[in-house]
Design a protein around this ligand. Sequence first.
Ligand code: C6P
Length: 428
Amino acid sequence: MSAAAQRVAAAAMHAGTSGPDPAPLDASSIRVEFPILWQSVHGKPLVYLDNAATTQKPACVLDAVDAYYRCDNANVHRAVHTLSERATVAFEQARAQVARFVGARDSSEIVFTRGATEALNLVASSYGDMVLRESDEVVLTEMEHHSNIVPWQMACARTGATLRVVPIDDRGELDIEAFGNLLGPRTRIVAVTHVSNALGTVNPVAELVAMAHAAGAKVVVDGAQALPHASVDVAALDCDFYAFSGHKVYAPMGVGALYAKRELLDAMPPWQGGGDMILSVTFEKTLYNVPPYKFEAGTPDVGGAVGLGAALAWLESLGIERVAAHENDLMAYAQQALLGVAGLRVVGTAARKAGVHSFMLEGIHPHDVGTILDHQGVAIRTGHHCAQPVMQHFGIAATARASFAVYNTREDVDRLVDGLHEVKEVFG
Ligand code: C6P
């Protein structure tokens, strides 16, 4: 049994009885658990700093998916044969793991989706179409990812409701007073990101939820960039919906989840029709299944869900508080180190940030920065990060973005900074 597997097994055995090891994380030993990071790119050891786009997968997640397909693969909830029963148990255990990880009261509050985008579209289509009328308003923020803008624009186009946008300031922080002023009797839905993927800003979600609830609105939180970096407790936040993607929390691509309060899922109509979301079908009438199945039409990504369960168990075995402490340290170290690069401006200087530093190098296009860094073996993302309104706020088309995960080290930050000096020399 690998060290990671032993840790996961121990964490599962002691769940609820003892916390994880309080010692700081040793990121270099965690890195060993990620086979993809053992390679060189352009002759240099790979430094992967594009974790906000997608994280790499530890061996225990790869093994869990591999074992599922080698031993248990079958369609779920459909057959009485042994493999189908095993696949169904694995799928539902993964759902229970997700529920536990985000602090849901019950597994039935977790709907598996393809990712955050599909989860947000589900809410906008099902809940949005159910409640929105012509005089209603949906409040968003200027720092949303397109996945938490476009579904609401589409819902407003269908229902005649209006979008209202909370501005950000030049540090990339939300204007809370403006948010309060936008809330009113017409506000039905507030859709807000927990952490901005373009700026790293951490929003005070519990405070925003309390304000929105006082105005009678429901709150949809885009947690895609929050879940990998800090402990999330949907019951404590009291949000109505929470969406996230598995591939940003060390799980495979193509799977994610929507948390929603059970009473909302009960009231909402299904958004896609097909297998598993029904109890019975005749040509005259279809009876729908109970939540969460009512929202899971068609064969789900069972292998992906198994991988997601394994990834969250792995994170739990590390201790999410220790993960957050390690990453906060790395963010602070990177911020200082980047300040030492002449002509570099950090875009997004909020007091509370997680996971991401976006920046510009004076006179050099971010794509050139990214290309030259790649030749140094350093992977970052450049572009608008699917957050064009953020770029418009700062009057730029793109940024370079370094984003961090639990396996990154101070040495990785040093390699990034060395690479940036190289970029400056090339453009000298
Ligand atoms: N952000 C990034 O590089 P999907 O594609 O469904 O897994 O996640 C969409 C999404 C939603 N909300 C936020 C805050 C996000 O950051 C993302 C994905 C990636 O920043 C790809 S654009």
